[in-house]
Design a binder for this molecule. Structure first.
Ligand code: SAM
Length: 225
């Protein structure tokens, strides 16, 4: 999958996307990440990309021209493609949305900063979709873009060594994950559940399913509905 991130801080995207599972997926050709600096596309002689808001008020607004030109530099997109703009006002990103986006060949993500984008961007880029990662406000769209890229990458074949571990994770089957334990079997008087040490795989699977159900019922009853 091709991730194309339009941002004022490409170094943030590059740093995260070069490490750990995303870095490996990049090396193995499962994903490609291009972090494009919106500032490179401004026609302003002083390299300005933003301006003060019409009507007054604090903060700066990302202007249409550099954002539109940066987006146009990507055309034509590799279909099927989706174009997302990060904003607290968007559709909430979650596991079903990540699954949906994992079917794309190219995903373009626009990262805002300051007060956000000039609203006309929504008309200039047809089919653009507003996406939020939660009901809070960050200083920029880079972390939301990285959260989405990371969650989508794990769903792609070849990104995580054992896909069965992705399928066992929270939300994949609609439930939260079951609890995990590792050596030593006892630590400061706290014992790992005996069933996990029994070697009885059928019993272990039964216990894990029951734990996942119980945890979901307690922590996220909405998922069971
Ligand atoms: N004035 C905007 C508002 O109140 O909705 C907030 C702008 S925020 C300081 C700057 C940028 O960070 C946004 O344009 C967006 O790209 C990103 N951002 C902040 N919070 C976000 C969230 N919860 N989900 C997605 N993007 C977010």
């Amino acid at each position: 999958m091709q991730f194309s991130i339009l941002t004022l801080f490409p170094e943030i995207i590059d740093a995260y996307a070069s490490a750990s599972i995303m870095g490996r997926a990049r090396k193995n050709g499962v994903i490609d990440v291009q972090a494009i600096n919106i500032r490179d596309f401004t026609t302003d002689p002083h390299k300005k990309v933003d301006d003060s808001p019409f009507g007054g008020g604090s903060g700066m607004v990302l202007a249409c021209q550099p954002v539109e030109s940066a987006f146009e530099s990507l055309l034509p997109l590799q279909e099927p493609a989706r174009v997302l703009i990060t904003t607290p006002a968007g559709r909430k990103f979650d596991h079903p949305f990540a699954l949906e986006l994992s079917q794309c060949k190219q995903l373009v993500i626009l990262c805002g900063h300051y007060e956000g984008f000039d609203e006309r961007i929504m008309q200039l880029i047809p089919g653009i979709e507003e996406v939020s990662i939660g009901d809070f406000v960050l200083t920029g769209g880079e972390l939301p873009a990285l959260c989405m890229m990371d969650a989508i990458t794990r769903l792609l074949p070849g990104a995580v060594q054992k896909f069965s571990s992705v399928e066992a994770d929270s939300f994949y089957d609609g439930l939260l994950d079951y609890p995990h334990y590792t050596r030593p079997a006892e630590y400061k008087g706290l014992r790992a559940p005996d069933v996990l040490l029994s070697g009885n795989h059928a019993e272990i699977a039964k216990w894990r399913k029951a734990q996942a159900l119980q945890k979901t019922k307690l922590a996220r009853p909405d998922l069971l509905e």
